[in-house]
Design a binder for this molecule. Structure first.
Ligand code: AMP
Ligand code: ZN
Length: 488
């Protein structure tokens, strides 16, 4: 099927978890698409499963951006929850004051935020437009809970506040819960739980000894996990969202609870399209530290895996199919990537060695490139079908390689092939492959700028910053004196 271009924008169809159908996305504001993505809990390194979800979100963003949309893209950072509190507070004395506790939690999560940003850089995941931290939105969370209380949808018990599920009949519409077959009305404090009963989930948790807290009308406490996303999304995007994403495990209870909170407050539909990425498994098993099959990007690098090969392996698979991570799978991705890079070199330099394909028939290169381009975008616009999109690219490569010595491509034809490779690279970000040398050069320049600053040579420091900017690298000076960078 062919999908046309409306105005300057392509029509993009996505599988909507809410309706269980592939549907065209029609943003509320013409040309602008507002996307909220559940991001990482910053308490340890992201594992490659998490990274798969962040890569799926990056793919979604790039497809919209390359299809003419102004994409407003939010990835939140969860920087307060049980595990973070436990690990950040364990070295503090029992009588530590609240300010010390909050600072310890901030310092702890700052570290993992930085590592998360490094992962994004390594994987060429574009920096989100917004990257809010939950603890910067506590007043908004409290206001939201007060709003729910005023509507009879929240109640306080022993210093904690819960959502009243019996007041929200739509509960379960995303996960398609069988409400009649479930028990009603137990209130739970845990952020995650099973789907055998309908629980009044926690919005605000009254404080326990040894925990950091914020003050509100219900006393000292901290937000539950689910309220964080509802509040940050409301603060940044208002009452309507075009797309909300996350990994498939978040459908229930997290996203179901987000819907209850937001729609309970607004009194109308909040998100038009819910999109969920399938999980990554390792050798067919769920990843787990105790199984010894748990990997971070750092682990892969130590095993000699190029992060861009990992990126390409993930993006070659459909986001709605479970991905079985294996090292053989990475080898296959590396070979495929090599084929594209060799082809690119051939298009740049007509003296480069031939493609080595077997001749079948003479083709008209310009017409073949135009067809590949149509097939590529048709596939991506049809629920981000990356395997089909890549098939369009590889068919073109095979056909052109098979011409070999029969025809010599004109420079116009080679430029058209190169332009198409650049267009596809705006989505896949994996060819050509200058990442390592670019990374090394950028790191060396950042070091040189640090030295210039230490020597109070501000002009030199500014000059290096500008030079990096010209290379497409943006620097950010952090409060702790460190510098992080990302590509434009
Ligand atoms: P977390 O840091 O635990 O809050 O998770 C961040 C994101 O990773 C969420 O969107 C999860 O749904 C997603 N996620 C967790 N495990 C996996 C996995 N094995 N494969 C893909 N995504 C995952
Ligand atoms: Zn969320």
């Amino acid at each position: 099927m062919r999908f046309g271009i409306i105005g300057y924008m392509r029509t993009i169809r996505l599988f909507n978890t809410l309706t269980r159908r592939v549907e065209p996305v029609a943003p509320l504001e013409r040309g602008v698409v507002k996307i909220y993505n559940c991001g990482p809990t910053i308490y340890s390194f992201a594992h490659i499963g998490n990274l798969r979800t962040f890569l799926f979100q990056d793919l979604l963003r790039r497809v919209f951006a390359q299809s003419g949309f102004d994409v407003r893209f939010c990835v939140n950072l969860t920087d307060v929850e049980d595990k973070i509190i436990r690990e950040s507070q364990e070295d503090l004395p029992q009588d530590a004051d609240n300010e010390t506790r909050l600072k310890a939690m901030r310092d702890f999560t700052d570290r993992y935020e930085k590592l998360f940003l490094e992962d994004l850089n390594e994987l060429r995941i574009q920096r989100p437009t917004y990257m809010p931290r939950a603890t910067d939105y506590i007043p908004q969370m409290i206001a939201l809970i007060e709003g729910l209380e005023a509507r009879g949808l929240a109640y306080e018990r022993d210093g904690s506040v819960y959502f009243r599920l019996s007041g929200f009949p739509d509960y379960g519409c995303l996960a398609r819960l069988d409400r009649d077959g479930m028990k009603l009305g137990v209130s739970v404090d845990a952020d995650e739980y099973d789907r055998d009963s309908l629980n009044d989930f926690v919005l605000w948790k009254g404080t326990k000894a040894g925990e950091p807290w914020w003050e509100c009308k219900w006393g000292k406490g901290r937000p539950g996990w689910h309220i964080e996303c509802s509040a940050m999304s409301l603060a940044l995007f208002g009452e309507y969202l075009d797309i909300h994403t996350g990994g498939i495990d978040l459908v229930f209870p997290h996203h179901e609870n987000e819907i209850a909170q937001s729609e309970g407050l607004f009194g109308h539909r909040w998100v038009s399209t819910w999109v969920h990425g399938e999980h990554l498994m390792v050798e067919g098993e769920k990843m787990s530290k105790s199984f010894g099959n748990f990997f971070t990007l750092r682990d892969l690098r130590e095993k000699g895996v190029d992060p861009i090969v990992f990126r390409f392996a993930i993006q070659s698979n459909h986001y709605r199919k479970p991905y079985n991570f294996t090292f053989e799978g990475l080898n296959a991705a590396e070979s495929a990537l090599k084929r594209i890079r060799v082809f690119r070199r051939r298009m740049e330099d007509q003296n480069a060695p031939g493609g080595g394909g077997e001749f079948k028939e003479l083709i008209a290169p310009m017409a073949r490139i135009a067809q590949a381009r149509i097939d590529f975008w048709d596939a991506l616009c049809d629920d981000l079908n990356t395997p089909e999109a890549l098939a369009a690219l590889f068919t073109l490569i095979t056909d052109i390689n098979a011409q070999d010595d029969r025809i010599l491509m004109t420079s116009e034809e080679r430029s058209a092939a190169l332009a198409f490779l650049d267009e596809t690279n705006a989505i896949f970000a994996a060819w050509p492959h200058e990442s390592n040398s670019l990374n090394q050069k950028a790191e060396a320049m950042i070091e040189a700028r640090k030295t210039a600053k230490t020597n109070k040579n501000w002009a030199e420091a500014d000059r290096i910053r500008d030079e990096l900017k010209a290379m497409g690298i943006i620097l950010e000076d952090r409060k702790d004196g460190s510098v992080i960078w990302h590509s434009q």
